[in-house]
Ligand binder design. Structure first.
Ligand code: NAD
Length: 470
């Protein structure tokens, strides 16, 4: 059963019952095969939907067609191969695929412009290509924007491009929805299997009905809240969501800076205590190196830019962004305090991905830390279970790369923990003591028990746990 929550003027909690149609009635295109597009295509195909994934990157399409995923996400290749074998999924660079389907999901990237505003050029190009094909299409087509776009984009940019290039009328010949994606990289397949909610911003009731019906079939048997609303509300929900998460992280990092100044304060205890307040919740309350990835940094900046453009006060998010930008540098300060100078010191970084269980290094705090260490002429060595090769493309010969923890920390003067991979959590004080030149650990993710590590003679430092006490 589904809970349908509508905007003001619509029933708020209607339990819907609709006959279950076979999923193979639906054929969809997913346009833009990045983290969102790949996981979505693979998930839907495994649910029985006929999916054609489109991307302009020929190599990506070639690899995906051969069952090789260009991104790391748990179980992705297993499900990718299954869907290809079941003939539910195919990939192409040819937009004509749109003609064979009923729904097109737009999942292309929306990167930041240099001033922080979002660049919607990929969305515009995609929309133009869809529009040109709609000209030839006889039956109704639904276009669904899943890329994150600033409020007004669907109405003021996407709709006119579609109408102009198709020569057809929205509402009559085609529909339009904004359906933001909330998946967490590293947990994407699970998030897709049971999303916390589905937000449908709709141009008109028909568009919303069609998309709701589609999702009800994909998620038959599950009780998932569907929020149906206006296009701009759905666009803003995504930004409000990410800005709030970013604010929680910067908030706890701000408090951790106070802890760093005091001799008997531990941020982990503070986060635990305030997290027990049900109004706060413990999630996104871990002090550390700050947030990274493709979404939070970019979405916070885009919302700041949108607030400024509308002459609204952006100081809250400005502070969130500023705290986040400077947070990784705390590690450098701690490192310098411990070693006096970083010149010619071997500094090992464990973790490059912006979070565990992904190979995504976009805006990863590790990149900032590496830059600073190179600047200070340290010998930097890196290890990550999945992301080493991606980082190699950025820093090339400037630093060294390892393919195991032990190789990385061998003879190190200091180890920085930058991503909380399970592999690192399992390491014991002994693992560090037997390999390192000097047992100095800066735990940027708070994954070890400081008492245990300090008792064994390790100089253990963590964000928000001031000098040596506790
Ligand atoms: P990405 O950069 O990993 O991938 C985008 C893909 O779009 C690339 O493969 C690119 O080649 C392709 N592309 C660009 N122009 C195209 C065109 N004209 N036609 C076809 N393909 C084209 O992006 P992503 O991380 O998957 O994010 C996609 C969107 O989803 C963004 O708006 C992002 O903000 C949003 N989002 C991302 C996540 C996430 O965890 N990555 C989560 C929620 C929402």
């Amino acid at each position: 059963m589904w809970v349908n929550q509508g905007p003001i003027g619509r029933p708020l909690a209607t339990l819907l019952t609709v006959s279950v149609k076979k999923m193979n009635n639906y054929s969809v295109t997913v346009i833009g095969l990045g983290y969102v597009g790949i996981t979505m295509s693979v998930f839907l195909a495994n649910k029985g939907v006929n999916v054609i994934g489109i991307d302009i990157d020929y190599d990506k399409v070639k690899h995906l067609s051969a069952g090789i995923s260009p991104i790391y996400e748990k179980n992705i290749e297993k499900y990718l191969v299954k869907a290809l074998n079941d003939k539910k999924l195919s990939f192409t660079t040819d937009y004509n695929a749109v003609l064979k389907t009923n729904i097109s999901f737009i999942t292309v990237g929306t990167p930041s412009n240099p001033d922080g505003s979002i660049n919607i050029n990929y969305v515009k190009n995609t929309t133009k290509s869809i529009g040109e094909l709609l000209k030839e299409k006889k039956d109704y087509h639904l276009i669904v924007t899943r890329s994150t776009v600033i409020p007004g984009t669907n109405h003021n940019v996407i709709k006119p491009i579609l109408e102009k290039n198709s020569g057809k009328r929205i509402g009559k010949d085609f529909g339009l929805c904004m359906n933001p994606e909330f998946l967490k990289e590293g947990n994407a397949m699970k998030d897709l299997e049971k999303p916390s909610r589905i937000v449908i911003g709709e141009f008109d009731k028909n568009s919303g009905d069609l998309l709701e019906k589609f999702y009800r079939q994909v998620y038959r048997g599950l009780k998932i809240p569907i929020i149906r609303t206006y296009l701009s509300t759905a666009e803003l929900i995504k930004y409000a969501n990410n800005a709030f998460l970013a604010t929680k992280i910067s908030f706890i990092n701000m408090i951790s800076r106070i802890c760093d100044k005091l001799t008997d304060c531990d941020i982990n205890t503070i986060a635990y205590a305030i997290g027990l307040d049900p109004r706060i919740s413990p999630l996104f309350l871990r002090a550390g190196l700050g947030y990274g990835g493709s979404c939070l940094p970019k979405d916070v900046k885009a919302l700041i830019s949108f607030l400024n453009m509308n002459n609204l006060d952006s100081s809250l998010l400005y502070a969130v962004n500023r705290i986040n930008n400077t947070q990784p540098l705390n590690v450098i300060k701690i490192c310098e305090q411990a070693l006096q100078t970083l010149k010619n010191k071997k500094i090992s970084i464990l973790g490059l991905a912006f979070k565990p269980d992904t190979d995504d290094i976009r805006n990863s705090p590790s990149l900032k830390i590496i830059d600073e260490l190179i600047h200070r002429e340290a010998h930097v060595t890196l290890y990550d279970p999945k992301a080493v090769d991606k980082v190699k493309k950025i820093f090339a010969e400037k630093i060294s790369y390892s393919y195991s923890v032990h190789q990385c920390i061998n003879q190190a003067d200091c180890v920085i923990i930058a991503t909380e991979w399970d592999e690192f959590k399992k390491l014991t004080p002994q693992d560090f003591l037997k390999s390192m030149k000097k047992p100095i650990i800066i735990d940027g993710r708070g994954i070890y028990n400081h008492k245990e590590f300090r008792e064994k003679g390790i100089v253990y430092k963590r964000i928000g746990l001031g000098p040596y006490k506790i």
